[in-house]
Design a protein around this ligand. Structure first.
Ligand code: PXL
Length: 248
């Protein structure tokens, strides 16, 4: 069944909605895409951000759901509290099961959101989420805690987990993912020796969405999405299409 990404546009294709749709495609799922904001950026810097009108974001969602029954969606860069509120309204209206990637800064270190969005995310969107997938910096912002080691990350996951199930992704934690869903689960991983990680958070949350859409549990979806993301970092998303891969 078709999946949906609601996210920003990175014209270089490495992150954002292009990356999400490529991930859906590589995993043999039909993807639809609602754009929240345009950016001018490459792998080194984000130059400008042009958020779309809130009503236009809503209309994109309406027109897709008029034709298609979509159950599973992900959100990426939402940029402003107004867009977050509008997207949360649509998630409720269409009863979407949503993976929230709380995108705040680009891999280049440049901001991709207004600072006021943390509050809006926690108030409006996270309470509706099936899963949220912050990296360590985003987990820091969402929990309001300083995260220096694994115990800190577990504490932050428990705190964010009061709002919704959460996996703090391990790209900045030696590859180890920390899941909180009723209880803590530490999923040991390894870090790949590469700089090719631009957009890997988008890939992970998009892949989680695909596996949840296929009926896998949150735990299994995270494991499978993690495997896929590693493969995409190693070979590129195009490479994942060429490698022998168990898409199921
Ligand atoms: O990887 C985070 C991300 C999400 N969405 C958009 C981006 C980026 C990173 O650059 O550009 C649109």
């Amino acid at each position: 069944m078709t999946v949906l990404s609601i996210a920003g546009f990175d014209p270089s294709g490495g992150a954002g909605i292009l990356n999400d749709v490529k991930t859906f495609h590589a995993l043999q799922e039909y993807g639809t895409a609602v754009i929240t904001a345009l950016t001018t950026q490459n792998i080194r810097r984000v130059e400008e951000i042009l958020p779309l009108e809130v009503e236009f974001v809503e209309k994109q969602i309406d027109i897709i759901l008029e034709e298609e029954k979509i159950v599973h969606a992900k959100t990426g860069m939402l940029y402003s509290p107004d867009i977050i509120k509008a997207v949360a309204g649509k998630v409720e209206e269409y009863e979407l099961k949503v993976v929230v990637d709380p995108v705040m800064i680009a891999g280049s270190g440049d901001p991709l959101s207004k600072s006021s969005m943390v509050h809006a995310l926690k108030k409006h969107l996270l309470p509706l989420a099936q899963l949220t997938t912050p990296n360590i910096f985003e987990a820091q912002a969402l929990s309001g805690m300083e995260l220096k080691n694994r115990e800190d990350v577990i504490g932050a996951a428990i705190k964010i987990g009061e709002i919704c199930p959460v996996v703090v992704t391990g790209g900045h934690l030696n590859g180890t993912d920390v899941l909180f869903k009723n209880s803590i689960e530490v999923m040991e991983g390894e870090l790949l020796d590469t700089e090719n990680v631009h957009g890997s958070g988008c890939t992970f949350s998009a892949a989680c969405t695909v596996y949840l859409n296929r009926g896998f549990s949150i735990e299994d979806s995270i494991l499978k999405a993690g495997e896929f993301t590693k493969k995409s970092i190693k070979y590129g998303l195009k490479g994942t299409l060429n490698q022998f891969w168990d898409y199921k």
